[in-house]
Design a protein around this ligand. Structure first.
Ligand code: NAP
Length: 359
């Protein structure tokens, strides 16, 4: 029967959270897929057999058709460079969710809107923490204003957390990126780990300097929420490590990460060395007009374990799509659910703050 939720990368750091949450709600319906059957089986045994293990390599032409015959929704937890598999899903009427943070693939998925509509399938992208919850924080901020002009998104990641390999690789591969942002409706070229900006995160994290990073929201939100300026910046829980990255970038030393051997060794260091906390925080500082006056609005989330929150957001959205009707087409998360819809379902230890200021 075509009623399975197929999670590709399902026993990875984020995929495990998605599979566990959905497996407990829909036992026997969730498939955790990856290239190694033993790893898949070992993981599914921890779910009380609620989740089904599957050996599946997305980039090999193995049992793809057989798998798609069973799936009602595919949740993608690995990065792809083309949309061939996604097209196959949509043409077969299978709904599709993607947690990738890469705008290069997200922009290609956006172009499948017509394919999805023709096949009565729904694809939702920008799912997770960043992109994901950050898009929804901007959506929430926008609702406060009569007109919103600017949204600055800041993300703090804890280096004490055991991040998944695919996520670490994505970060390292983007450290030397140059990219365009939209400022005052004009394109401007910027570079990763430059253009530091001070911000204050909630609770005990306090003041931090955050630096440009090539997250997808700044490319998406000017289009979906019609905002003239959007930026993404990042820092780590350790001020020392953040400042060191900014300095090494300035000195050009991070260019060594373009050498494969050094890049792979750095990924391994981040996989195995965990110095610091497992806290994360995402914050949006927005400005615009309300009742004719210049106004600022801030909102933020704070919690532990960035992979867990990414998985939680993806699991909530997948449950919505599995149990409710959504319009066909390709959507970013902020176009299909409200911030409140997701925040209400998150575990209580993830805190949500709002702060309004008249200027
Ligand atoms: N939106 C957000 O906020 C957010 C946050 C964190 C991460 N992410 C993204 O989420 C993705 C997963 O991150 P993660 O931390 O969970 O990484 P991870 O722990 O490395 O998990 C990736 C999983 O994919 C499997 N996999 C790799 N290649 C595969 C292939 N060809 N076919 C099938 N399965 C394959 C891996 O298992 P095998 O190697 O055994 O196959 C592994 O289980 C990354 O793309 C990351 O950038 C997004």
């Amino acid at each position: 029967m075509k009623d399975k939720i197929l999670v590709i990368g399902g026993y990875g750091k984020v995929g495990q959270v998605i599979c566990k949450d959905l497996g407990s709600k829909f036992p026997g319906k969730v498939i955790a897929a990856g290239r190694n059957f033993e790893k898949a089986e070992r993981f599914t045994q921890t779910t009380g057999e609620n989740v089904i293990p599957l050996e599946f390599d997305l980039f090999a032409n193995n049992a793809k058709n057989k798998i798609l015959k069973q799936a009602s929704i595919v949740v993608m937890c690995i990065d792809q460079s083309d949309t061939n598999f996604i097209k196959d899903c949509l043409i077969n009427g299978i709904h599709y969710i993607d947690i990738t943070a890469s705008y290069s693939i997200l922009s290609k998925i956006e172009a499948l809107n017509y394919t999805a509509k023709e096949s009565d399938a729904t694809a939702v992208v920008s799912v997770g923490l960043s992109p994901g919850l950050t898009n929804l924080l901007v959506q929430h901020s926008k609702s406060y204003f009569d007109t919103i002009d600017k949204a600055d998104i800041s993300l703090m990641l804890g280096l004490g957390e055991k991040h998944g390999k695919a996520g670490i690789e994505w970060m390292i591969d983007n450290i030397n990126a140059s990219f365009e942002v939209v400022e005052d409706s004009r394109k401007k070229k910027v570079k990763t780990f430059e253009d530091g900006r001070k911000t204050t995160f909630p609770d005990n994290i306090k003041d931090r300097t955050v630096y440009r990073f090539n997250f997808a929201e700044q490319h998406i939100l000017p289009k979906t929420l019609h905002i003239k300026s959007v930026s993404n910046r990042i820092c780590f829980d350790s001020r020392f490590v953040t400042a060191s990255f900014a300095l090494l970038k300035k000195l050009g030393i991070l260019n060594v990460l373009k050498v494969k051997l050094i890049r792979n060794a750095t990924v391994r260091i981040f996989e195995n060395v965990h110095l610091g906390s497992d806290l994360f925080s995402a914050k949006v500082e927005a400005s615009g007009k309300k009742d004719g006056k210049a106004t600022e609005f801030e909102c933020s989330v704070i919690g532990k374990n960035e992979s867990r929150i990414t998985g939680k957001v993806a699991a909530i959205l997948t449950e919505f799509m599995y149990t409710k009707e959504y319009p066909s087409g390709v959507y970013h998360i902020e176009q299909i659910v409200s911030c409140q819809d997701i925040i209400e379902q998150l575990p209580e230890d993830i805190k949500f703050y709002v702060n309004r200021k008249r200027t």
